[in-house]
Ligand binder design. Structure first.
Ligand SMILES: NC(=O)C1=CN([C@@H]2O[C@H](COP(=O)(O)OP(=O)(O)OC[C@H]3O[C@@H](n4cnc5c(N)ncnc54)[C@H](O)[C@@H]3O)[C@@H](O)[C@H]2O)C=CC1
Ligand SMILES: CC(C)CC(=O)C(=O)O
Ligand SMILES: [Mg+2]
Length: 352
């Protein structure tokens, strides 16, 4: 029986995960494969309960599972802990590293019925359809970090090994090959040595993909181009921190951060989570948009379990409820009827 480790985490993670589970249950009702879902602690919830952001039991279960479904972690309650004990550095980064999840896939697509809900002009967002591939287990988030006392200073090292760059660039090319055959590699090669190295490797790998058009773009320009003319992008491949920042920006091209799903992959094994965080400002209020998590669950069915039909059905159900005018607060315009987290989950189940 395939195993899914479920990690609700903190803040809105505890509200959106139950909605994704409800939708999965409905979508898998007639599926001959039966899944085992087991919940584990992670993040602040785990610190509170067992004193550690990533308990050994959780890590062990995630290693044994076929896939992991994660809500979000972190929040102000744990921000004053020493850096390494906090949910982000104590759990999120280590779980990605331990599971070898080097490729973070974030598809950004404007669903037609959300065009009018966008904060951006219709002609800018109407044709948005891109995939951002973010390197997830290297770069500055994982480099040596520390403080010097005299004189006082702080540092974070940005280091990339050749194989780390090569494998993510290759995935970028493979992904582009299956789409519109345009790959944009984003770096800061005018300043950073790691980016110059990144660009050299991208050029080398490009020789194996003559059918894919490769272009390079500096990250500052990429941020501007994403807002100016986003439909120029098909597949973007970039390093960890640039991808983190650019995808929060790009999420608004798909309507809201509450719409951006993600898959973090190492071969077939994957951790699936929305791109957003634990949203402490709206946590516990039934206000969070659960659709990014529901769409992440669809990605899980597709990538890890090859259940393409079931994944399609979930994605179609999401598109249908949006067509029907269902809106959580992040998507609502003045005058719209606003649904809560649970009600949006119920609407998707009904649409299934
Ligand atoms: N993968 C993860 O678990 C992540 C965790 N974090 C952590 O989350 C905590 C909060 O971080 P923030 O910078 O505030 O980022 P955030 O993504 O949690 O929230 C940013 C803004 O977007 C809104 N938002 C986020 N998700 C939403 C949803 N599903 N529906 C409606 N609105 C939504 C929030 O209300 C907030 O105004 C921090 O502790 C941070 O480290 C941040 C990003 C990813
Ligand atoms: C702790 C952060 C690296 C989490 C985050 O913002 C992300 O993965 O998008
Ligand atoms: Mg982020």
């Amino acid at each position: 029986m395939p195993k899914i480790a479920v990690l609700p985490g903190d803040g809105i993670g505890r509200e959106i995960i139950p909605e994704a589970l409800k939708v999965l249950q409905a979508a898998l009702e007639d599926c001959p494969v039966k899944f085992e879902f087991d919940r584990y602690l992670i993040g602040g919830a785990a610190i509170d309960e067992v004193g550690k952001a990533l308990p050994a039991e959780t890590l062990d279960a995630c290693k044994k599972a076929d896939a992991v479904l994660l809500g979000a972690i972190g929040g102000p309650k744990w921000d004053t802990l020493p850096a390494k004990e906090r949910p982000e550095l104590g759990a999120l980064l280590p779980i990605r590293k331990e599971l070898g999840l080097y490729a973070n896939i974030r598809p950004v697509k404007m669903i037609p019925s959300l065009i009018s809900a966008s904060t951006l002009r219709e002609e800018v967002v109407k044709n948005v359809d891109m995939v951002v591939i973010r390197e997830l287990t290297g770069g500055i988030y994982f480099g040596e970090k520390g403080r010097n006392e005299n004189p006082k200073a702080a540092y974070d090292v940005l280091l990339y090994h050749e194989d780390e760059i090569r494998r993510i660039i290759e995935l970028g090319f493979e992904t582009a090959r299956g789409r519109r055959k345009k790959l944009c590699s984003v770096d800061k090669a005018n300043v950073l040595e790691s980016s110059r190295f990144w660009r050299e490797i991208a050029e080398e790998v490009a020789k194996e993909y003559p059918d894919v058009e490769l272009m390079h773009m500096y990250v500052d320009n990429a941020a501007m181009q994403l807002v100016r003319y986003p439909e120029q992008f098909d597949v973007i491949v970039t390093e960890n921190m640039f991808g983190d920042i650019l995808t929060d920006l790009a999420s608004m091209l798909g309507g809201s951060i509450g719409m951006l799903a993600s898959a973090s992959l190492s071969g077939k094994k994957g951790l699936y989570e929305p791109a957003h965080g634990s949203a402490p400002d709206i946590a516990g209020q039934n206000k969070a948009n659960p659709l990014a998590t529901i769409l992440s669950a669809a990605m899980m069915l597709r990538y890890t379990f090859d259940l393409n039909e079931e994944a399609d059905r979930i994605e179609q159900a999401v598109a249908k409820v949006l067509d029907q005018g269902c809106r959580t607060a992040d998507l609502a315009k003045p005058g719209d009827k606003v649904l809560g987290t649970k009600e949006m989950g119920d609407a998707v189940v009904a649409a299934l």
